[in-house]
Design a protein around this ligand. Structure first.
Ligand code: ADP
Length: 293
């Protein structure tokens, strides 16, 4: 659950300020990715955990409203629902503290028990606001069954090569690509260099998202820049998550990677054109109309 406070400036230590407004907004990278794919028409099963608190109940309700299967979202007896405390200052700069809470309770053993569910999927989509060893285990199970894996490596964390070898599509933004590859990424050329380092670690395809500039596909066949769509950005929350949900859905529809990335760029552009995380995600007709215009 995203708890967003808007204020003219962030408080100093020990200082109390009056802010401008407060919004409570369902979010979290996993939930955003799931909702993005579901709104486009994908059948989505979400695996995760919330707390036995008001936020947990509300998030489960939101997932159901988005037609996402929630049977494998557990409820922790002891830990709170994951929250992000977000302070947005007058310059639009974010300061964010994430408390993963119940998300940290799930480990590899929980995922092993869900192997029969995972093995029926057409695509497994992961992000890193959860336990790393659990994610790695989910990727390994998917790989064993020949199921492609998309990993949105956000928030950026050091990843073992053993995990990366199970990743079919790695989708860092420029900052994350830089952290994972151990270099500064300030241009499309840098992004390509970072992606090549990640390919050497065993990933099959790297798609570096480039904000308004779109995305760069890098694999052993070569590299291709797919330009973004010019839009008036209102709120960049969930841009990357919506991109990943859309990419997953397109690839399961049998689209080529180039086509899927172009479509995901359109979904990302539509998501930055509206406020909020899940509320900003487009439905399929909106994307089709946007691509025709
Ligand atoms: P993240 O949100 O993870 O930091 P990006 O900022 O790279 O990731 O955004 C993800 C995708 O969303 C981009 O690849 C692009 O398709 C789209 N996008 C993001 N910002 C804009 C923007 N200002 N204008 C148009 N498209 C955008």
């Amino acid at each position: 659950m995203d708890m967003v406070v808007r204020t003219s400036r962030a408080p100093e230590a020990g200082e109390t300020l009056f802010g401008q407004d407060f919004t409570l907004s369902p979010g979290g990278k996993g939930a955003n990715q799931a909702a993005a794919a579901a709104r486009l028409g994908a059948e989505v099963t979400m695996i995760g955990r919330v707390g036995k608190d008001a936020f947990g109940s509300e998030l489960l309700e939101v997932m159901r409203q988005e037609h996402i299967h929630t049977e494998h979202i557990g409820q922790s007896e002891t830990l709170s629902t994951g929250v992000a405390s977000i302070v947005v200052d007058g310059e639009g700069e974010n300061r964010i503290i994430v408390v993963p809470g119940a998300n940290t309770e799930m480990g590899p053993a929980d995922i092993a028990a869900l192997a029969p569910i995972i093995s029926q999927a057409e695509m497994v989509v992961l992000q890193l606001e959860t336990d790393l060893s659990m994610c790695a285990h989910a990727a390994a199970i998917a790989d064993r069954h020949g199921i492609p894996v998309i990993l949105n490596p956000a928030p950026a964390r050091a990843l073992d090569d053993a995990f990366l070898q199970h990743v079919t599509y790695l989708t860092p933004n420029e900052t994350e690509a830089g952290i994972l590859a151990g270099m500064a990424v300030n241009s499309i050329d840098d992004a390509e260099q970072a992606a090549r380092i990640l390919l050497q670690k065993g990933v099959s395809n790297v798609i570096v998202t480039l904000g308004p500039k779109g995305a760069l596909i890098v694999n052993h066949a070569g590299s291709l820049h797919i330009p973004g769509f010019p839009v008036q950005a209102v709120d960049t929350v969930a841009a990357g998550d919506s991109f990943n949900g859309a990419l997953a859905w397109q690839l399961t529809k049998g689209k080529t990677l180039d086509e899927a990335v172009r479509f995901a760029n359109a979904v990302g552009a539509l998501a930055v054109g509206k406020k909020g995380a899940i509320p900003s995600l487009p439905q399929l007709p909106e994307v089709e109309q946007f691509l025709q215009d």
